[in-house]
Structures are given as structure tokens and as C-alpha cells.
Design a protein around this ligand. Sequence first.
Ligand SMILES: Nc1ncnc2c1ncn2[C@@H]1O[C@H](COP(=O)(O)OP(=O)(O)OP(=O)(O)O)[C@@H](O)[C@H]1O
Ligand SMILES: [Mg+2]
Length: 314
Amino acid sequence: MSAVIETKNLTKVYEGGRRGQDVHALKNLTLTVSTGEIFGYLGPNGSGKTTTIKMLLSLMFPTSGSIAILGRKDYGASDVKRKIGYLPEGAYYPEFLKGEEVLRYYGQLYGLHGSTLEKRISEVLDIVGMSRARKRLVRGYSKGMRQRIGLGQALISDPQILVLDEPTTGLDPIARKEIRDILIRLRDEGKTLLISSHELLEVELISNRVGILYEGDLKAMGSITELLTDRDVTLEVRGASPEALQRLTAKGIQSESQPQGVSLLRVPNTMSVYEVLEYCKNEKITLVSVAPRRETLEELFVRVVGAAQNEKKG
Ligand SMILES: Nc1ncnc2c1ncn2[C@@H]1O[C@H](COP(=O)(O)OP(=O)(O)OP(=O)(O)O)[C@@H](O)[C@H]1O
Ligand SMILES: [Mg+2]
């Protein structure tokens, strides 16, 4: 896999921000996003995601550090930019345009015209599920429809790279699933996607790798499988007496009562599952199932951001 987006020690300082103080929005970000992957770019509000994205699109210049896109140091050149589709955060399109006109406008900006452009508009409307609404004004579009047109606009030049700043914000679960399926399909076609989002469940479902920013610092980065640790092993058991459960609690095993005499025992990773199984056997507790429980991306996020906040408090 080759590097599609590469940053080295990328830093951005906004001069004279709030109360005249400089804002260190991004600090020494070193990041690689490779061909055919979805990279989930995460972090609390104000952590520097949009700042990074704007620099990748040369809408803003770094204070220091470097960027290469498709191996090109001159990533702001128009032939490189043409290979990047961008959905801005909270994208806004003129209310008096029809959906297809929005796409035509952006297609022209990318240098497309004539029958090539018209063909591409139809293809894109089909991809984002907006063919039937193409002749309606943006004014009458729902939030989800606006988001779809936004995604269509990002796709109009058939770019190799997609940079999407919060693509599923404010969408209903079905629209979200549909957008998710579209993004996965694009990835499977070999496109490279960098997606910033607060929708951690979405990101967990589609990303190959994620990075978590906190106040401009990258606090964690890796593949979902690397980062999400197994939290514990859950044993589902039947017929455990309250005394037996109490003894388990004393050993550090949390239990949770379920209907029909079933209990869930959470065996921490630090403990031997075999020992607990042995104990259950001796106590004549029936084993129903054994399942490892993996940390969710939300739990990882809370863990990483929480640790960074504590570190800051000192
Ligand atoms: N044009 C600007 N001038 C001064 N400070 C700015 C500017 N743009 C952003 N900032 C500051 O830089 C920091 C990072 O902002 P950024 O928009 O990159 O965060 P974000 O991670 O995209 O947040 P969100 O999740 O809320 O979209 C914040 O402290 C913000 O106030
Ligand atoms: Mg942002």
C-alpha cells in the first residue's frame, strides 16, 4: 500500500486568536493515509481536525511541517487538487439552485463540461441516491438530501482521494447507513478516504485506521483491531447462588443478573478465565456461554481523551 496523504510535523498556529493569544491548533502531526483505506480522524470539538483538513486542501498554509499528497510536495498544484474530493463541514449550497445545478457548477470548477459532465452528473446522482430529486431546488431539500448532494459534489471529478469533514452529522439512522454503504463501496473501488467525525459508531464500522486528536496533539493512532483492546471475558451462567456471586465479586468479578436465573460474569483480562470456570464447576454453576468483549471505539475515545485531560490538569 502506498502513501496517499503524508504529513510530517505539521503545525498550525493561528496568530492573535481569542484575547489576542496565539492558538496552537495543530502540533507536529505526523500521519500517513494509504491507498484504499478509510482513515477516521477523531477528536473533541476544537481539537484541530478541520484545521488539518483545510491545510491538506491548501485552503490554509501550515506554520511549519510538510505535506505530500500522492507523493507530491507541490500538493496545491491544480492537477493534484483535481484528484481530491472535499466535503466541507456543514456544507452550504445556494438555495435557488437545483441539485443537478449544484453538481454542474462544481463539475465546471473541476474543468468538466459537455456530455462528459452531464454523464458524470447522472452517475453521481445515482451513487448518492438523488436521481429523483435532481430537478428540485436545494431550498426544499432535507438535511440528509443536502448532505447527499454535498457528497455528490465531492465525487463529481471522480477523485482518487475523498476528504470528508463530518459527512453523517445530523442524519437519521437509515440515511447514515446508506452514506456508510456508499463510503465503503468507494473504498472498495480503491479510493482513499479521510473522514472526520464525532459519530464513533459509524467510524468504528467503516474505518481501517483511526487517529485521535486532543488540543492539536495526536494521542492515539492505529488500526481499529490494534487499538481496541479486549476489555474482559463475559461468562453467561445459570444457577449461581447469591453467596457464590458474592464470593466472585470479592475476587473482582462483576456480575449482572439477567432473567430466568441467568447471570453475566465479567472476568477482567488480568484474571484467568480457567480459574473462574473451575470455581463455577465446583459450585455446580451451569455455563451457558463464554464471549470476549472488545472495547468500543467510544470507550477508547473516552479513555484516550480522559487521560489527556487528566495529564493537562497535572
Ligand atoms: N480561523 C481561525 N482563527 C483562529 N483560531 C481558529 C481558527 N480556526 C480554528 N481556530 C481554533 O483552532 C482550534 C482547532 O479548531 P478546528 O476547527 O480545527 O477544530 P475541529 O477539531 O474541527 O473541531 P469541531 O469538532 O468542533 O469541528 C480551535 O481552538 C479553534 O478555536
Ligand atoms: Mg471541525
